[in-house]
Design a protein around this ligand. Structure first.
Ligand SMILES: [Zn+2]
Length: 294
């Protein structure tokens, strides 16, 4: 039996300053991998980063999106997942050859780093750079939260491309304990206790149990307040119009020479692999649009 839901659940532990999130991905993960022929370790790291990005976007307090990218000089040069506050995500990896393991250094070499870009619909963009000091995405993100947000955080990530399942859990101290309504020691004890409970879950349980059962299995002795679950979707967001717009960044003479040679211009979306084909008429129309005239 497999869990076929694509759902994010947020919860808080009553009488503590700790919150949690659980995400389980199936159809959306499958859609992200479809037709890409990623080697196993790359497909798994995409699954982990997908779950992680979903957990991160759920912490947004405003409308906008988060892009989490890992870049490096190993067999994989680039993995990127974008997610919006309403849990629409897409992702892609660029790679040269199959890595030997899922360790970050085996995937991204010795010069890897993670970039987290938060773009509010209104307001300033924020970017954080995270060194790949740990061998897992979860470990690197725990460091990120500790250093940049001063929030103690535990993250567990799981992915199995064979089963087309990915999942993640995050526990985090709530921001805004500035009046010290809970002592630092108490907060650390609570988080530690809840992390020990959470660490007992296995990938198989997360891939088979529905969210209610998984949370009950972990926290049945705690008082947990569960919020409405949110549906997670793979949504690329690309379109013929957007791809056409991208052509405006190319020199008109260059566009013309491609048209002369091939009779058309093709742009393939690297995320969902949709192929957009533009004729000479499309391109002329674009170049003659008032906003694109130089
Ligand atoms: Zn696309």
């Amino acid at each position: 039996m497999i869990n076929t839901s694509d759902q994010l659940n947020r919860y808080v532990f009553e009488n503590t300053h700790v919150r949690g999130e659980l995400v389980q991905l199936h159809q959306s993960y499958k859609a992200m991998l479809d037709n890409h022929d990623y080697p196993a370790h790359i497909a798994n790291i995409i699954g982990e980063l997908f779950a992680a990005t979903s957990l991160l976007t759920a912490t947004l307090k405003f409308e906008g999106d988060i892009a989490v990218q890992i870049q490096g000089n190993g067999p994989v040069s680039y993995v990127s997942i974008n997610g919006s506050h309403d849990q629409q995500l897409r992702g892609v990896a660029r790679w040269q050859h199959a890595p030997e393991s899922s360790r970050l250094s085996d995937l991204f070499g010795d010069k890897g780093f993670m970039v987290i870009t938060i773009t509010p619909t209104q307001g300033e963009r924020y970017q954080g750079i995270v060194a790949l000091e740990k061998e897992t995405i979860a470990g690197c993100l725990e460091n990120y939260f500790r250093q940049s947000e001063q929030l103690d955080t535990h993250i567990w990530l799981f992915a199995d491309h064979d089963k087309q399942q990915a999942a993640g859990i995050m526990l985090q101290t709530l921001p805004g304990n500035s009046e010290n309504t809970v002592s630092k020691e108490q907060l650390a004890d609570d988080l530690d206790h809840l992390a020990q409970l959470t660490a007992t879950i296995s990938a198989d349980e997360l891939f088979t149990l529905d969210a209610q059962d998984a949370l009950y299995r972990l926290y049945h002795q705690e008082t947990v307040k569960l919020f409405e679950p949110v549906q997670v979707k793979f949504n690329c967001g690309c379109s013929k119009e957007r791809s056409l717009k991208a052509l405006t960044t190319i020199e008109p003479t260059e566009l013309q020479s491609i048209l002369d040679e091939q009779g058309k211009i093709e742009i393939k979306c690297e995320y969902c692999l949709t192929n957009y084909v533009f004729t000479e008429v499309d391109v002329l129309h674009l170049l003659n649009a008032p906003e694109n005239k130089q």
